[in-house]
Design a protein around this ligand. Structure first.
Ligand code: AMP
Ligand code: ZN
Length: 393
């Protein structure tokens, strides 16, 4: 029986943190099916079967709120571009029509397949991103879908984003284990019935980002020519738990990145030049959006310090597209500067011996297509000319 539990947080959650705290509540307990925070600050949890002890649940919720919100400073939101007022012709939610036309199908929570129209629309955006990459002399690269556990550990990923990791494993090399699996493996409501000890220790994960692979490839060496620009597209995996409810948050999505490695000025100048070129393109296609400062979704213990740091040093800006049907915005891309974090941790050195700076421009391809369809609808004859002309329907 589903149950509702209400908790009044001991620490008041400031408005700017409501979304961040709410999304972290999904990870508090497996019994939580959904979490929301009402306007008076009360937390409401929908429990799956009410098995969790209410004291321990409340204690964990209070801990999340305290760690994220206690003494949190209101960040200065810096808006670099504001084109949310652009008139767009469509204002409905395209999800059900995408589903009924076979343009979108849900394989499992957070896992989607796309039909020919969405695929071609994504290819139109991709051909622009490849053009943009050539403006920076960014050479194409191909990266794996798996990512090294050893290397992710080296860049502190486990500490910063443990909640959203997706692990890759395989059966242990043991005849009895493999034979037993072959004979008995079956999927039950809670998942495969395989005992956890049948699986090997984790050596690899499913990659959460594209640019990390480039930094790993450059690790422990001087950077050739002292600077480098590259581009790649890849599947990325972020387990977003109960937040995986629509196309807005997927477990498996694709990202196109243009990546800069070199001295700080080189990275910052290119990040800014890319932003200006992207702004021209988004104006040409008439997208309603804004670009504003943002932070990464660090886990509870790291959240306050790391997000304040990102804000203070202007490390992250997001392209947030308007979703007219719900009057909210959705991040479809980001402009990032990691300072010399990867250079230091991975020992990527510049000719003067200092660690390299890195930065990237990242686009979420499914989200961009989704936001575009939210603003312009599914009838390609009504799309803005630059997209319509490039679209081979
Ligand atoms: P980030 O590295 O977090 O700035 O991500 C870059 C872009 O990837 C975001 O702006 C989104 O467009 C996209 N993205 C990130 N997480 C997800 C997700 N769970 N589902 C779909 N797209 C995502
Ligand atoms: Zn990146």
């Amino acid at each position: 029986m589903a149950e509702i539990m209400r908790i009044t947080p001991a620490v008041t959650i400031p408005d700017h943190l409501l979304g961040q705290v709410q999304s972290k509540l999904a990870y508090v307990d497996e019994d939580i099916a959904a979490a929301s925070i009402s306007s008076d600050g009360t937390i409401e949890l929908q429990l799956r079967n009410g098995n969790a002890s209410s004291e321990s649940l409340e204690e964990k919720v209070q801990r999340v709120v305290a760690e994220m919100a206690k003494g949190a400073m209101q960040p200065k939101v810096e808006v670099l571009e504001d084109h949310l007022g652009r008139k767009v012709p469509f204002a409905s939610d395209p999800m059900s029509e995408l589903m009924s036309r076979g343009e979108l199908s849900l394989e499992q929570t957070g896992i989607y397949s796309f039909g020919p129209m969405v695929t071609r629309l994504i290819e139109v955006f991709e051909s622009y991103f490849l053009e943009l990459a050539t403006e920076f002399g960014a050479k194409p690269q191909r990266f794996p879908t798996l990512i090294s556990a050893e290397k992710l550990g080296r860049v502190n990923y486990f500490r910063a984003f443990p909640h959203s990791l997706t692990f890759a494993t395989h059966l242990r090399e043991d005849l009895d284990t493999i034979s037993d699996f072959a004979e008995h493996a079956a999927h039950e409501a809670a998942g495969l019935n395989t005992p956890p000890e049948s699986f090997a220790r984790i050596q690899a994960l499913l990659s959460p980002a594209v640019c990390y692979h480039l930094y790993f490839a450059l690790a422990d060496k001087p950077l050739p020519d002292g600077k480098l620009a590259a581009t790649a597209v890849g599947h990325c995996f972020r387990y977003e738990s109960n937040n995986l409810t629509t196309l807005e948050r997927m477990w498996d999505f694709t990202m196109r990145e243009i990546i800069f490695v070199g001295p700080m000025d080189y990275v910052l100048e290119n990040r800014e030049a890319a932003r200006k070129l992207v702004a021209e393109y988004l104006e040409k296609i008439g997208l309603a959006y804004k670009v504003e400062s943002a932070n990464d979704p660090f886990f509870v213990g790291e959240f306050r310090k790391q997000s304040a740091f990102q804000n203070a040093f202007q490390l992250k800006y997001e392209i947030r597209a308007q979703l007219p049907f719900k009057n909210e915005t959705l991040a479809v891309g980001s402009y990032n500067h990691h300072q010399d974090f990867f250079g230091r941790n991975l020992n990527i050195t510049l000719p003067d011996g200092k660690p390299a700076h890195t930065g990237c421009v990242a686009f979420g391809l499914e989200r961009l297509a989704y936001a575009f369809l939210c603003q312009f609808g599914l009838d390609s004859t009504k799309w803005p000319a630059p997209i319509r002309e490039a679209f081979v329907g």
